[in-house]
Design a protein around this ligand. Structure first.
Ligand code: WT7
Length: 634
């Protein structure tokens, strides 16, 4: 089995080894997997291009490592434990053997529908076992999955389908979400009507059985396709650097980009990080509450846990249905040992009151994790006291869609925890702090831009269809560095605290939004001339979205303007991108070169305009006081 560090000495030793001899360190990790052919070279890299190749020459199939490898020893152990939205509905348990058979059957469905190695398959589904089965089936036959979070709009889905020229979409009829049923198939139909010509087949999983429109040319039922399919499917033999999946994420400019991960490195790193950060022991029940539409679900619901032979819980519902006890009830019911969630959920549940948690038996919890955004002190303390009961340590895990796996995190009961600190890098990860000129800040007690100076196996390889974009966004800010886009602080003892994005990316409830994306959506309203969107501190969501909007004719603006803006943003991106506040303004503060000074807008949005710094270089400094007045700050 992959290394599992068990004390501080081992951590230090592993870290030292990983820096002094990375090839040896990573080949030792990789040894423990099953390979069709071993690698010729551990690592070849050049951040300038960028080109990063791990385990070159090796051949494998990741599902052989997630499934087949465990059949002898763990065939009857539960691999996926599915907890439905309705607390009274039956739990589904799929053993490794059953999951293997389902994945093989669906692999054969994919093949029968003309999907093969290298084809792109889009998923737009709720958190049901079929999503995991479908994703793994793609990996088994070498097709590339592109999972789109089912909260995105038809337009956003169509953009992603087109960008990757997907041949197939897999969806459900409806999604259960608390009390509501969401018409997912209808969204897929709308997306396809927006010119997704590459789509040849839509496979529909019957989830609620509600009415849907049926398109004879494209649509096929999942359950009918599965009938009579062989539960055996030989895995496609993949090269180490063959593409495994695409996952879209937002950046500061343009449309979302498809982050590409490849087979071998992603496999080695997600298993390694999972085992160490959650200190998973055989027989433990592990639960990550994320959605598989995000990287957290890919790496730490599906791949990492299954590679490590873990029992992983998939939860269909929401934290507040039927009430705010649901998470703790599930923890008690399934005797969860490792629990992994997001600060926004912690803050929301905290606000519902302690009576929802105090009565539950959470004694089986050994590790509790946080991911996706900075966790504030109050939420950290509540999580530590109420959920961890001062006994199960918090792992505040920092990473990104692009890093593929957790990069900086405490190791439970091995390294210490400090509120709001992601703490220490995992062995193999070499973070550096830079000042804005690119000088490395070597000492402790410093603040700077977070970069990574050496490759790690699960790092982004390219942005789909546009390698230059990958180079520009991540490898051009500083020479020979991967730039994360985050600012951070290193304390006196070397622990890292993530402060947040330093680019135009907003983190709303742990969801990444590009300001440009939201602005483009707002600008589609016919009355809007220009807009600027910034993040501001929000009690529950971490950051809220504040939109400054210039309109053609203020007199013509209807009372429903805010509603209209919300409707447009919902249509173009999805409800998660709706502005929390909008302000109609006569102009936007701009530099002489025409760039919006977002720094000023962020300050005003935060409700504090006392110290705006130097505004004399603005093209239109007079607009600042006007905006302040409209915001009620003077
Ligand atoms: C951004 C990446 C990684 C899975 C979910 C989000 C922020 C992530 C933390 C943390 C403070 C965090 C960063 C990062 N972030 N984890 N523990 N503490 N900030 O993935 O959508 O790619 O977003 O989320 O700003 O850059 P993502």
């Amino acid at each position: 089995m992959t290394l599992q560090i068990s004390n501080l000495e081992e951590y230090k030793e592993a870290y030292r080894k990983s820096v002094e001899n990375p090839d040896m360190f990573w080949s030792e990790q990789a040894e423990t997997f099953s390979w069709r052919k071993k690698w010729d070279k551990v690592l070849e890299w050049d951040f300038k291009e960028p080109k990063v190749e791990w385990f070159k020459g090796a051949q494998l199939n990741i599902t052989e490592n997630c499934l087949d490898r465990h059949l002898k020893t763990k065939g009857d152990q539960t691999a996926i434990l599915w907890e439905p939205n309705d607390p009274n509905a039956e739990v589904t348990k799929l053993s490794f053997r059953q999951l293997h058979a389902e994945v093989c059957k669906f692999s054969n469905v994919l093949k029968a529908n003309g999907i093969g190695k290298g084809d792109r398959v889009c998923f737009y589904m709720p958190m049901v076992p079929e999503l995991a089965i479908g994703v793994l089936a793609c990996a088994r036959i070498g097709a590339i999955h592109s999972v789109v979070f089912a909260g995105f709009s038809a337009t956003a889905l169509a953009d992603r389908i087109k960008d990757a020229s997907c041949k197939m979409v897999i969806c459900s009829d409806y999604n259960h979400r608390g009390k509501k049923n969401i018409p997912v198939k209808q969204v897929v139909d709308e997306a396809i009507n927006q010119g997704c010509e590459s789509i040849e087949t839509v496979i529909v999983h019957k989830n609620t059985g509600g009415d849907i429109q049926w398109n004879e040319n494209l649509d096929k039922w999942w359950h009918l396709e599965m009938i009579g399919k062989d539960p055996v499917c030989e895995p496609e033999v993949m090269d180490a650097e063959d593409m495994l999946f695409i996952l879209y994420t937002s950046g500061s400019t343009g449309k979302p980009k498809g982050v590409v991960h490849t087979c071998a490195g992603y496999m080695v790193y997600t298993c390694y990080s999972f085992r160490n950060i959650f200190q998973y022991k055989d027989g433990d029940i592990y639960w990550c509450t994320a959605d598989i539409g995000w990287i957290t679900g890919h790496s730490y619901i599906i791949y990492g846990p299954l590679l490590a032979g873990a029992t992983t819980i998939m939860f269909e519902g929401v934290p507040t249905y039927p009430d705010a006890s649901r998470f703790w009830e599930i923890c008690q019911k399934h005797k969860v040992n490792q629990f992994y969630t997001a600060p926004t959920a912690i803050r929301a549940l905290m606000a519902h009151g302690d009576e929802h948690i105090d009565k539950y038996d959470l004694n089986d919890l050994k590790v509790i994790g946080s991911v996706g955004e900075p966790i504030n002190d109050e939420a950290w303390q509540w999580y530590n006291d109420k959920v961890g009961r001062g006994r199960a340590p918090i792992v505040d895990t920092w990473w990104q869609t692009e890093t593929g796996g957790i990069m900086i995190s405490p190791l439970p009961n091995i390294t210490d925890t400090k509120p709001c600190y992601a703490s220490y890098p995992l062995p193999g990860i070499q973070p550096v702090l830079l000042d804005s000129d690119g000088n490395e800040l070597r000492g402790n007690d410093v603040e700077g831009l977070l970069c990574i100076k050496y490759p790690w196996p699960s790092m982004i390889r390219t942005t789909y269809g546009d390698h230059n974009r990958c180079k520009q966004v991540y490898f051009s800010a500083f020479d020979n560095m991967y730039f994360t886009g985050d600012g951070c602080r290193r304390d006196e003892e070397g622990r890292i605290r993530i402060i947040g994005r330093v680019d135009d990316v907003i983190n709303v409830s742990g969801h990444r939004m590009g300001t440009a994306e939201v602005e483009n959506a707002i600008n589609e309203h016919e009355a809007v001339i220009e807009s600027a969107v910034v993040g501001y501190p929000h009690d529950i969501k971490g950051q809220g979205i504040f939109g400054y909007i210039i309109v053609q004719d203020q007199e013509e603006i209807s009372d429903d303007f805010a509603k209209e803006i919300n409707a447009i943003v919902t249509k173009v991106i999805g409800p998660i991108a709706k502005p929390d506040k909008i302000l109609i303004v006569p102009g936007l503060p701009k530099t002489r070169s025409g760039k919006i000074m977002r720094r000023i807008l962020r300050k005003i949005a935060s409700g504090d305009a006392s110290n705006l710094g130097d505004i004399s270089t603005l093209l239109n400094p007079e607009v600042v006081d006007k905006i302040k007045k409209l915001a009620g700050l003077i």
